[in-house]
Write a protein that binds this ligand. Structure first.
Ligand SMILES: CC(=O)N[C@H]1[C@@H](OP(=O)(O)OP(=O)(O)OC[C@H]2O[C@@H](n3ccc(=O)[nH]c3=O)[C@H](O)[C@@H]2O)O[C@H](CO)[C@@H](O)[C@@H]1O
Length: 374
């Protein structure tokens, strides 16, 4: 039997979970389809990917790249120097690793890496998670061979002949989860007889959502419902202090970051969340009833657009960031006891799932690497 060609793949990007986890999921799918494929991640020094990618079992090299500071223009001199250094380092990595293909998932590092790859004749594929294209991906699109997207209408940003509708890749461990609801609840120290609300702020945490929880701790403590509250790393101390002052309570599990999202989803009857594209893909694939509070602080208000694609199909409940303090917790407590509404939300959101995204993208990666479709 003829040995399969061994392909080498660079995957680059990160900054937040929304870029990192699709990248890990693409890597897993490539490895599953072609076990002897060699994969190298290129991230940004000091960012979340430098921890999460090795945890997922892959090697990563960091570039000294940083984002532009739109408020303090002078600071951008050092940003430009870092960018030049990153460009140089990306070239050196590509020269040494000799990838057959480079995949960009958005975020700081993917700019210099994919630019260098393109200039050195390595075919490139980009994956855009949102309904609005990020600056880096728009710049890289001209040279990219394939652009994998999750929303309709992306030809506003990218050449339509390069676009493939794949949906966002979701980590395989979430989809193949076998843990029971009882075991999942037990892993968070919670009671299997009670309804459970999972509160998520995206990979970095969400200030507004945290404030809503902190402002309603009495209501939360005295409710018949229990909560898993993910605060994000920068808010955890403040959150713990607030809980301590209000008096610890058995129906509230607080954490900065949830590693085992499969159990968190299995435990939850209802989710409260920001409207990051990756989170939304997970809710769709797992059929989770959700209240979305889109972040107003992201480019072109893209989270509201992500959210509205669901809300308009009665597949999610919408609470505006500015109204969250007044409405969010009451709405969640009402919704979680309304079985009919929970079922309707779950049925409707399930219809929007795009399964198999990682496998489809992995197949495209293989095609590019083996020179079949350039
Ligand atoms: C503030 C910001 O810039 N947000 C952007 C970022 O969101 P963010 O980084 O929050 O990303 P997403 O909502 O897309 O995905 C979050 C991911 O983190 C995982 N997770 C989350 C919490 C946790 O404790 N553990 C855990 O593993 C989720 O399961 C999910 O896989 O990237 C998204 C995708 O480009 C964008 O749509 C968001 O607008």
């Amino acid at each position: 039997m003829q040995m399969e060609k061994k392909i080498k793949v660079i995957i680059s990007g990160g900054g937040t979970g929304g870029h990192i986890f699709p990248a890990v999921s693409i890597a897993n799918a490539v490895k599953e389809q072609h076990p002897n494929a060699e994969i190298l991640f290129v991230g940004a020094e000091g960012r979340m990917e430098m921890q999460r990618v090795p945890e997922a079992g892959y090697k990563i090299i960091g570039l000294p790249v940083a984002g532009f500071d739109r408020k303090h223009l002078l600071k951008n001199i050092s940003v430009l120097i870092k960018l030049a250094k990153s460009q140089w380092k990306a070239r050196a990595i590509i020269k040494e690793f000799k990838p057959d293909v480079a995949v960009g998932v958005g975020g700081y590092a993917s700019g210099p890496t994919l630019k260098a790859a393109g200039m050195m004749g390595v075919p490139t594929l980009i994956q855009e998670q949102n309904s609005y294209a990020g600056v880096t991906n728009k710049l890289l699109a001209k040279k990219a061979h394939k652009i994998c997207v999750a929303y309709d209408g992306m030809d506003k940003f990218f050449p339509s002949k390069k676009i493939i509708m794949t949906g966002n890749p979701v980590r395989q461990a979430l989809l193949n989860n076998k843990v029971s609801k009882e075991d999942a609840l037990a892993s968070f120290g919670l009671d299997s007889r009670k309804k459970t609300i999972l509160i998520l702020g995206g990979s970095l945490g969400a200030r507004t959502i945290n404030q809503c929880v902190m402002g309603n701790l009495d209501k939360i403590k005295t409710s018949e419902v229990q909560f898993i509250w993910q605060t994000g790393k920068i808010y955890i101390d403040q959150a713990r202090k607030a809980v301590e002052e209000a008096g610890e309570s058995e129906n509230l599990h607080v954490t900065d970051f949830i590693k085992d999202m499969a159990s968190a989803y299995a435990a939850a009857d209802l989710v409260i969340s920001r409207a990051g594209a990756g989170s939304i893909s997970e809710f769709c694939l797992l059929g989770k009833p959700v209240i979305l509070v889109p972040s107003p602080n992201v480019a072109e208000d893209h989270q509201t657009k992500n959210a509205m694609a669901l809300v308009n199909k009665l597949a999610a409940i919408y609470v505006k960031d500015a109204s969250a303090n007044a409405e969010l917790i009451d709405k969640a407590l009402q919704t979680v006891t309304d079985e009919k509404l929970l079922k309707e939300l779950s049925d409707n959101i399930s219809k929007l799932a795009l399964p198999d995204s990682a496998n489809i993208i992995a197949h495209e990666v293989w095609q590019l690497a083996t020179n079949k479709q350039r």
